[in-house]
Design a protein around this ligand. Structure first.
Ligand SMILES: [Fe+2]
Length: 284
């Protein structure tokens, strides 16, 4: 059983106003239409989108029903909080490199065997300087770089990182750079004693890959899902390419993956598959 710890808005990528706005956009519903269907006044809906919350439990329930959202997660967000699990120990090191970005943060990750100075890098942040500021002192070399997608906040540090380390192999979905090994969903790579499986998770962008990372010696454990711009603690990414594909990929992953899998999202805090099954606002 997971023990939840509550975090407040400052740590999350999305708060209530953000998820309501995304949910309306993804369902093609206007504020007028939502007000009519839910019985919540349009001024209260607009206030909520502007981060002023005055919604009763009954109104939150109605909004959740009409927008097909998870009522428990929505109610938690309305109180300015969201439950996150206490993480069980992973059989390897997972370093989060959190960098300031816009009003929140963007994450890159380094995964390494316990005590090893050699890490496998996932995404490269919004710039080389920001990446170096967040770099963990125990990691002194990189075995490979994997990109989830080519947006500047996830691949921005790549060029300069390669100037300093020209021989590092880079794996990514098709995008903007030459000299990169292109991956598709279903591809699997073994490196430094890890299995890294590419999962096609398009939706935020047309070409987007999430990575399921497991230690070879513990291949039956949940491991880590490096999720990029797919799922966030409590919410989902913007479906710039296709909200429908984004949501169906999120729901498929929440159904199919082991609940103990740690989710390492491109923005906001770590979570787990089981936690998001229970509370993610978009898991209806
Ligand atoms: Fe992003």
């Amino acid at each position: 059983m997971l023990e939840a710890v509550m975090v407040n808005y400052s740590e999350l990528e999305d708060e209530l106003g953000d998820v309501l706005e995304k949910a309306m956009k993804y369902s093609g519903m206007t504020e007028e239409c939502l007000a009519r269907e839910s019985g919540v006044s349009i001024s209260k809906i607009k206030d909520a989108e502007d981060y002023r919350y005055d919604l009763t439990p009954g109104e939150l329930r109605n909004l959740a029903n009409v927008l097909k959202l998870n009522e428990v997660g929505l109610s938690a967000l309305s109180g300015g909080r969201y439950p996150l699990p206490d993480f069980k120990g992973l059989p390897f090191e997972l370093h989060t490199l959190a960098m300031p970005f816009s009003v929140g943060r963007v994450n890159a990750f380094l995964i390494a065997a316990r005590g090893s100075p050699t890490g496998i890098m996932f995404d490269t942040g919004n710039g080389y300087g920001e990446l170096m500021d967040a770099w963990p002192s125990s990691i002194r070399e990189i075995a490979a770089i994997f990109l989830t997608h080519w947006d500047a906040d996830h691949a921005g540090g790549l060029g300069e990182l390669l100037k300093h380390n020209p021989d590092i192999p880079v794996y990514a979905p098709p995008g903007s750079s030459s000299g990169v090994a292109l991956l598709s969903g279903g591809d699997s790579i073994r490196i430094q004693g890890f299995w890294i499986q590419a999962i096609d998770t398009r939706g935020h962008s047309e070409r987007h890959i999430s990575y399921h990372v497991r230690r070879e010696s513990a291949a039956d454990s949940g491991g880590v899902l490096v999720a990029g711009d797919l799922i966030f603690a409590g919410s989902v990414a913007c479906g710039f390419h296709s909200p429908r594909e984004l949501l169906s990929n999120v729901r498929r992953i929440l159904v199919e993956m082991d609940g103990e899998t740690v989710v390492a999202p491109g923005h906001g805090p770590l979570t787990t598959i089981e936690n998001e099954r229970r509370y993610n606002v978009f898991n209806y």
